[in-house]
Write a protein that binds this ligand. Structure first.
Ligand code: NI
Length: 161
């Protein structure tokens, strides 16, 4: 377990699409170690979510969750969630704009328009299928973290007036 450096905007590694986690890696100590590092790093930086490429591991692995978070004082609690190879699609056409931060874009909160509700499909760390609808802040986090897996960063998503 370790707190790892978080790559910052301008680092080309944040722009590379990440690779899918192979099925034989699911449930392994290697994957568990990566998840531990993501958890420790997110907690140390008081993040609401973190994607593996942000700690220079180009794999489609995401962690998110909120208890009491000084970066997001008004956010509802969200249990810790690990997503492997996640994908999402919008449910309905409603979109919501809100300020977002990112541990790789230090010191900035930017307004981003996101789907209000999404259908999420992913695997858990041990390979169980996750298939559910999420909404609100959780839907926003899912979309933000999936962007990281595709090399897309917060400033790319800033709503144009
Ligand atoms: Ni981010």
């Amino acid at each position: 377990m370790a707190v790892r450096p978080v790559l910052q905007l301008g680092d080309p590694r944040l722009r590379q699409p990440s690779a899918a986690v192979a099925s034989e890696v699911l449930g392994t100590a290697q994957l568990a170690a990566l998840i531990d590092d993501l958890r420790d790093t997110m907690a140390a930086r008081a993040g609401a979510g973190l994607a593996a490429p942000q700690i220079a591991v180009p794999l489609r692995v995401v962690i998110f969750g909120i208890t009491r978070n000084p970066r997001y004082p008004d956010a509802p609690p969200i249990p810790e969630t690990i997503l492997i190879n996640p994908r999402w699609s919008p449910v309905g056409s409603e979109q919501t704009e809100a300020l977002e931060g990112c541990l790789s874009v230090a010191g900035m909160r930017l307004p981003v328009l996101r789907a209000s509700r999404v259908h999420l499909i992913a695997l858990s760390a041990c390979g169980q299928r996750i298939d559910r609808e999420v909404e609100g802040f959780e839907a926003r986090i899912v979309q933000h973290e999936c962007d990281h897996l595709n090399g897309v960063l917060l400033p790319d998503r800033v709503a144009s007036a």
